[in-house]
Design a protein around this ligand. Structure first.
Ligand code: NDP
Length: 498
């Protein structure tokens, strides 16, 4: 029997996961659905491949990862078309996403040896007769579970760093974007044909759950907070360490001395790029009273100019059809509870599209302020001053990113945001800076991808001490004498007893 295809909703047909465009319903591709046994076998094969990969050392891996990065750069338009065809993302947005991923591969490849490689660590007087040695060894096989909204950037944010650290990777892409996931592993196999170091398993959420239980040595999850809880529970069964990149509800603060044109431009981009389907997207804005009205006008003018449609538009379709109901409910509830649509509103929801919507004066307990909307919508609320803005911004359990526009106090305000990241006088920029760690606090997760912390996330610290001289005050031996111990006590009092 042939399954009915609703545009954008993945179906399983004769053991194949069929992926379609949310805009046109055109099939983007089909991939075999993995059984539990398939997932385990993929992890077993990856374990063998990982040993070979780890054996290449940092230099061997760097060369191969840089070749992969070069291949992605050469095929950037092709990959952008695949992202567009499968998820509906406008091609320019897809290109920006891929550029960022390429930068991360480059940085991870070039810096893994420096950050993770063996090094001497200074010893202290207390154990001066020993030298200290530290290195970060690969875990083995890292499972990567990714979402659909950034199907290149999010898996690569984990996979490139895990690979550079010497791990093999088994990726479970979102059921909404398996074709992009397979494209990534196929391109990697072109430059690393010897062993299956980076592979993918496909299917629905149960395949992700199987990956958690498959014996992977670490699991890097990017997705919603609700699924993160399930992933952690599954990984707890085997004490498999997890990295959680969860959801967000990022706030932007507009202070009284902000450049309002720049703030409005960045706000519209940060809130509406990729149709607002961005974990670090700006969803709520707090503008201080003195600039509120002018700022809202500028946002409405810019957002009102955005085009919506399947091809060549600024805003494409909502990738996951069921999200449209969530967006509609958030808009309706915001207005029912006293909010006002300065742009768009209930009529903006025209499946599979949602037109730009700016909601103002929305009660703070409204779903549009409290929960991920994941559409091209913004709430903008008036605050007395930056302090009130910080209090409101920090009031949610999420804490992923954030943005501050202003001059004198902006950096200080950014530091006070309860979030893993913040950008001052821009939005989302921290995601593309490969030297900075990326990750959240609270319901947005824990652990870090990107940067030096992101590399260390995929290595196990291995500490080694090596004797280099006889112990003057032997204590960690049964050969010690009462005199040795008395001298030790005396030395400690001199060293630390002040
Ligand atoms: P989901 O949590 O629904 O899915 C994420 C991944 O988990 C998918 O591959 C999904 O597979 C898989 N999955 C589903 N159920 C299970 C399970 N029981 N065990 C293991 N894996 C499972 O998120 P979305 O794909 O809808 O992505 C959007 C969410 O991701 C938003 O909340 C967004 O904020 C967040 N996100 C966070 C980022 C960050 O860096 N912090 C970056 C990007 C997005 P399937 O698709 O087949 O169900």
């Amino acid at each position: 029997m042939t399954a009915v295809h609703v545009p954008g909703i993945p179906v399983i047909e004769a053991g194949q996961l069929v992926s379609t465009s949310p805009a046109s319903g055109v099939e983007a591709g089909r991939l075999p659905v993995a059984t539990d046994v398939d997932v385990r076998q993929a992890v077993d094969r990856a374990r063998v491949a990982g040993e070979w990969w780890a054996g290449l050392g940092f230099t061997g891996r760097r060369d191969r990862l840089l070749r992969w990065r070069a291949l992605l750069a050469k095929r950037i338009e092709q990959l952008a078309e695949v992202v567009h065809a499968e998820g509906g993302k406008p091609v320019p947005d897809a290109i920006v996403e891929i550029v960022t991923a390429i930068e991360h591969i480059d940085w991870a490849a070039r810096n893994a040896g420096r950050v993770l490689g063996p090094r001497r660590v200074r010893s202290r007087l207390i154990l001066a007769e020993f030298s200290g040695h530290l290195e970060y060894q690969p875990h083995g096989v890292v499972g990567v579970i990714g979402p659909w909204n950034y199907p290149v950037f999010t898996p690569i944010g984990s996979a490139a760093y895990a690979l550079a650290a010497g791990n093999a990777v088994v990726l479970k892409p979102s059921e909404y974007t398996p074709v992009v996931g397979q494209w990534l592993v196929d391109s990697f196999a072109e430059v690393v044909p010897e062993q299956q170091v980076f592979t993918a398993v496909h299917g629905l959420g149960d395949v992700g759950a199987a990956l958690c239980r498959s014996g992977v040595d670490k699991l890097a999850f990017t997705g919603s907070t609700a699924t993160a809880r399930k992933v952690m529970a599954a990984c707890a069964e085997t004490l498999t360490p997890v990295l959680i990149e969860g959801g967000g509800k990022d706030a932007m603060i507009v202070d009284s001395d902000a450049d309002l044109d720049a703030a409005a431009e960045a706000c519209v981009w940060g809130g509406m790029t990729n149709a607002g389907q961005t974990c670090i997207g700006i969803e709520r804005v707090y503008a201080v009273d003195s600039v509120f009205d002018t700022f809202v006008d500028k946002v409405v003018t810019r957002a009102g100019r955005l085009t919506v449609g399947p091809e060549g538009a600024d805003i494409g379709p909502i990738t996951m059809p069921k999200q449209i109901d969530v967006i509609r409910q958030h808009i309706d509830a915001a207005i029912a509870s006293g909010g006002r649509a300065a742009l768009g509103g209930p009529t903006a929801v025209q499946p599979p599209y949602v037109h730009p919507t700016v909601l103002v004066d929305v009660p703070e307990d409204s779903a549009a302020v409290q929960e991920e909307t994941f559409g091209p919508t913004l709430t903008i609320n008036r605050v007395r001053d930056a302090d009130e803005a910080v209090t409101r911004a920090n009031a949610l359990p999420y804490g992923l990113g954030g943005s501050v526009f202003g001059r004198r106090r902006a950096v200080a305000i950014a530091r006070r945001l309860r979030s893993g990241m913040a950008s001052v006088n821009s939005t989302l920029t921290f995601a593309g800076m490969s030297t900075l760690p990326f990750g959240g606090v609270g319901d947005s997760g824990f652990g870090r991808i990107h940067g030096e912390d992101g590399l260390r996330e995929f290595g196990r610290a291995k500490a080694i001490t090596r004797r280099r001289a006889r112990s003057l005050l032997p204590s960690m031996t049964f050969e010690r004498t009462p005199t040795d111990m008395a001298r030790l006590v005396k030395a400690i009092k001199v060293m630390y007893g002040r």
